[in-house]
Design a protein around this ligand. Structure first.
Ligand code: F6P
Length: 363
């Protein structure tokens, strides 16, 4: 009987997911194993008719494509799944036992869960509470998982944001305007910092450094004094003014455990207009950062993660996540991987670089 692996790509998508699937399918196939994809996170394991047998032929051309061929959801926590009752109300149900029953009945050897902190936490619960042999693969454009040097998707998101900044320079300059660009990243400033430095921003505001609007305006005025009549301000969605809370976007999505951030870019733009009477526009890059073909870096990383996950399966290393520890891949216990988020450290070389090249960090 060939070994059977299940794979799911729940949580927010990230460029490179299909490359992970490709590597898992090919590496498993070369060992004579079978791979089944679970559609929309754990849905396929809950409703086995939504499991799909993945063959090398089926995944032959998916590596350069964005999104995930298995679909995704960030409202699919099997330990608290929103189910609509006959009265139309939503109630949370724990369907983890049903999933575990299906997993055993269908003869799966292990489960590869590709996800960010939320999905990895669910994977860890399956391992510890239900005895499922699980291997995690770290995915998120936010790059906020402490246990790995990189997550895949981040490089693509930063490239997209940098390209957007490059384009905004010319229009900002033509109109002597301030352009405020809000980027993703949740509570970490990695996307804002990396794209802001590379895209020659004047100001970068990140969640790790609560900002002072007076400093932001000072920088824009200083640009004017030096005959630079336009400025580019990059704001991470989780950045907050000193003494204030982060700005939350729309709320009330059924089954959504995580907060939705959004709106700080427009808030900053309004403050600049109010204080400096300077022509200011804001834009939110949003899900553009999650879309499109993965960069070569992300593809390679995702392929390496997928192959390493299958090696871990072969060695029987479960309840662990594959992590990049250059130049190697290592196995990190899931408990450790989900413990803390990776933030921009105050002594980061990138922060020093930003300050030394004249970028205002809002403090
Ligand atoms: O975690 C990835 C991410 O893109 C964050 O940067 C962002 O805050 C969030 O997901 C957006 O989630 P959604 O796709 O549910 O709007």
């Amino acid at each position: 009987m060939p070994k059977r692996i299940a794979i799911n790509t729940g949580g927010g998508d990230a460029p490179g997911l299909n490359a992970v699937i490709y590597a898992v399918v090919k590496s498993a196939h070369s060992r004579g194993w079978e791979v089944y994809g679970s559609r929309s996170g754990y849905r396929g394991l809950l409703f086995p008719e939504e499991l799909v047998r993945l063959t090398p032929e089926m995944v032959a051309d998916i590596t350069p494509t964005g999104g995930t061929i298995l679909g995704s959801t960030n409202k699919g926590n099997p330990f608290s799944m929103p189910v609509r009752s006959v009265t139309g109300e939503y109630q949370n149900h724990d369907v983890s036992d049903e999933i575990m029953k299906n997993f055993t009945r269908l003869g799966f050897y292990c489960h590869i869960a590709v996800g960010g902190d939320g999905s990895l936490e669910i994977a860890h619960r399956f391992a510890t509470e239900k005895g499922m042999p699980v291997i995690g693969v770290p995915k998120t454009i936010d790059n906020d998982l402490q246990a790995t040097q990189r997550t895949f998707g981040f490089d693509t998101a930063v490239s997209t944001a940098t390209e957007a900044l490059d384009k905004l320079h010319s229009t900002a300059k033509s109109h002597d305007r301030v352009m405020v660009v809000e980027v993703m990243g949740r509570d970490s400033g990695w996307i804002a910092l990396n794209s802001g430095i590379s895209g020659c921003a004047d100001v970068i505001l990140i969640p790790e450094i609560p900002f002072d609007m007076a400093k932001v305006c000072e920088k824009i005025e200083d640009n004017e004094l030096h005959k630079k009549h336009y400025s580019i301000v990059v704001v991470a969605e989780g950045a907050k003014p000193q003494g204030m809370e982060e700005v939350l976007g729309k709320t009330g999505e059924v089954g959504r455990a995580e907060k939705i951030l959004g709106g700080i870019g427009e808030w900053v733009a309004n403050e600049i207009r109010r204080c400096l009477e300077k022509d200011t526009r804001s834009l939110v890059l949003g899900h553009l950062q999650r879309g499109g073909s993965p960069t070569t870096f992300d593809r390679l990383l995702a392929l390496r993660f997928g192959a390493a996950a299958v090696r871990m399966a072969e060695e029987g290393i479960f309840d662990h996540m594959v992590a990049l520890c250059t130049p190697a891949m290592k196995a990190v216990p899931l408990a450790e991987a989900i413990q803390s988020r990776k933030k921009v450290p105050r002594d980061s070389d990138k922060l020093m670089t930003a300050r030394e090249i004249g970028i205002c960090m809002g403090d």
